[in-house]
Design a binder for this molecule. Structure first.
Ligand code: ZN
Length: 270
């Protein structure tokens, strides 16, 4: 029998017993079977540092990082709401997301991103206080987040793939060597997701050249910004991201951001 883990919940910050949180929620496995039997994770740093490890299949990967309340009560409600509007989108049966759908999905993706960061804690950017404030009082992703969603058409082995990269923008008034921006992409079923979070104040406002550059690029692939916008998103006649575009997404976005220094990349079945 597994020993219970005691520690600090990454959302409410309470010290307590922690429960196992699936990176990809249970309900996803019910509709999108995983064809991968194992996960290949890699950590890549600039230069020639590369570290790889094999892991269990991504749909079964869990992390002991949430308390029972955050996982089963708060998170359970969020998963129920998200599954209602996301299930048909992941299956390719629903192509219009109304304003409420967008809000729920944006929150779900934010929660996914916060949890997925802990698969490679050495890449962590999102501050504890930001996670706590999102858990306690926010109906929307915190400041600094931008979230895109698009339609995906590629091999089923892409399912449950995810890629996490951290960058260092030297724009900030107090430049440091630590990464300050995170990019994350992942695929589930017929949907592709892209998230950017930055702690650089100059980039958080989004009305800057860097942001418009990636907005334009992601729009050209048929991806639409689900947060922050307040409109219905219609994917009926939008482009569909194929396997080739998905593979190059991270490099291309980094280029459009002006090639800030890549710090570390964590890839899972890219
Ligand atoms: Zn908690």
């Amino acid at each position: 029998m597994k020993t219970k883990t005691y520690g600090r919940c990454i959302l409410c910050a309470n010290h307590t017993f922690l429960t196992r949180e699936h990176i990809f929620a249970d309900w996803i496995g019910e509709i999108i079977p995983s064809t991968c039997n194992s996960t290949l994770s890699e950590l890549i740093r600039p230069g020639d540092y590369k570290y790889s490890f094999r892991d269990i299949k991504p749909s079964e990967r869990t992390l002991d990082i949430l308390c029972d309340k955050c996982n089963n009560e708060w998170g359970g409600r969020l998963q129920r709401k998200a599954s209602e509007c996301l299930k048909p989108f992941l299956l390719g049966n629903k192509l219009v997301l109304n304003e409420r759908d967008c809000r729920v999905i944006a929150r779900w993706i934010t929660c996914f991103t916060m949890v997925r960061e802990f698969l490679h804690p050495e890449l962590m950017i999102i501050p504890r206080l930001v996670r706590k404030s999102f858990r306690d009082k926010s109906d929307l992703p915190p400041k600094g987040f931008a979230v895109w969603i698009g339609r995906f058409n590629g091999p089923s082995r892409a399912d449950y793939s995810s890629w996490h990269r951290t960058l260092n923008f030297l724009l900030t008034a107090k430049p440091t060597k630590a990464p300050n921006t995170t990019l994350m992409k992942f695929v589930v079923g017929k949907a592709v997701f892209f998230v950017m979070y930055t702690s650089v104040l100059e980039l958080q406002e989004w009305d800057n050249a860097h942001h418009y550059a990636i907005l334009k690029y992601l729009n050209s692939l048929g991806m639409q910004r689900i947060f922050n916008n307040t409109k219905t998103l219609d994917f009926t006649s939008s482009h569909i991201v194929d396997a080739h575009c998905y593979k190059n997404l991270m490099e291309q976005v980094s280029k459009h951001l002006g090639d800030p220094l890549p710090i570390i990349t964590g890839v899972t079945n890219a």
